[in-house]
Design a protein around this ligand. Structure first.
Ligand SMILES: [Zn+2]
Ligand SMILES: [Zn+2]
Ligand SMILES: [Zn+2]
Ligand SMILES: [Zn+2]
Length: 347
């Protein structure tokens, strides 16, 4: 059960609406009665509802659009579901609701409309300032109103690396050392920023350029979980079925390294047939929209790889499959069947 001790002792500052219905005519309620005392000491309805709506795993209030329930009605947030499913798959066992041990899967989990709508109305503690804000106003609060939100110095573009609470930023900016920069120093700082921006868009440009390659092909691959999953060697390998592209047969191999703090995916392309000439193949992976949820579409960062193939059985080096954030890796592993769309280009 959620540990609610801390919440119960926290003073609750919201004003309750219609507390006394105007104050007049409450003559049948004797002053100082136990009912009045109870009303004063009992947490407010929204506070009690909040505790009922907590994710049973992380004990946080789920985002209203991301709350799921097991077949017995226990609430789990989407990130916790994703981790439960991925962890279960990694350990070759069925995923269970941590509360009642019933089997869970994306097919069995449902969303409860009433829970979602209630969550929108409930106050949630701002993760930065601890103030209680209704969910529907929280995004705006975090973005523009919270005085504890993390901000950068406004002279960041000139190279200042200061970051801190919004409420401290004015004091820093008044004395920021970048205010003393000469015009030459400012120009150097701006050109460095320019170069960094150019580098950041490079992978996209490369992919874009490759779309004019002589031959392009893509395949949606189903990656099979290894037959015997063992975490002892801290590495799992998956492979796709054979695919036929550019008149050759290929297979994609994916390696998952189970680090102490993160999971790292990398992939390698293997040619099975004997190529008639040396092939220079450029390739990258995305997620196929038809098999993944909208949220997952940007989970894999665009990064182009290339390799030469001139003999059968040859493999490219394992290249990192760049995931946008750690939960993105879990989202991929929590899929009922792991799918990747492999793009291959031949010039
Ligand atoms: Zn959770
Ligand atoms: Zn349950
Ligand atoms: Zn705040
Ligand atoms: Zn500064």
């Amino acid at each position: 059960m959620p540990n609610t001790e801390e919440d119960a002792t926290r003073p609750y500052k919201r004003q309750r609406l219609n507390m006394d219905g105007g104050g007049a005519g409450d003559t049948d309620q004797p002053a100082g009665s136990s009912a009045v005392d109870a009303a004063r000491t009992e947490p407010e309805l929204s506070e009690r509802l909040r505790k009922v709506m907590l994710c049973t795993v992380c004990l946080e209030l789920p985002h209203p659009d991301d709350s799921y329930q097991c077949t017995l009605g226990h609430i789990v947030c989407e990130d916790c579901v994703t981790r439960l499913l991925a962890e279960a798959a990694l350990n070759s066992r069925d995923a269970q609701c941590p509360h009642c041990r019933t089997h869970i899967s994306w097919q069995e989990l449902t969303k409860n409309l009433a829970v979602g709508q209630t969550l929108w109305e409930l106050p949630k503690n701002c993760s930065d300032c601890e103030q209680q804000i209704e969910y529907k106003s929280l995004a705006k609060h975090l973005k523009t109103e919270c005085t504890k939100r993390l901000v950068h110095c406004k002279y960041r573009c000139l190279g200042c690396i200061w970051q801190g609470c919004q409420e401290d930023s004015a004091q820093h900016e008044a004395s920021c050392s970048n205010l003393q920069m000469s015009s030459d120093e400012i120009l150097t700082a701006l050109s460095t920023i320019d170069q960094l921006e150019q580098m950041a868009v490079q992978p996209l440009r490369q992919c874009h350029r490759q779309l004019s390659a002589q031959r392009i092909s893509y395949e949606d691959l189903d990656l099979r979980w290894p037959q015997h999953t063992s975490r002892l060697n801290a590495e799992l390998r998956f492979q796709s079925a054979t695919i036929f592209v550019f008149e050759e047969s290929w297979r994609l191999r994916v390696k998952l390294v189970l680090g102490a703090t993160e999971l790292r995916l990398s992939y390698s392309l293997k040619i099975l047939s004997s190529p008639r000439e040396i092939l220079l193949v450029k390739y990258f992976a995305t997620l196929p929209a038809i098999h993944v949820r909208a949220k997952q579409l940007m989970d894999v960062e665009p990064q182009l790889n290339q390799a030469y193939f001139n003999m059968p059985g040859q493999s490219s080096d394992f290249k990192l499959l760049p995931m946008s954030c750690p939960i993105a890796t879990y989202r991929l592993l929590a899929m009922p069947r792991i799918k990747l769309r492999l793009w291959m280009m031949l010039n």
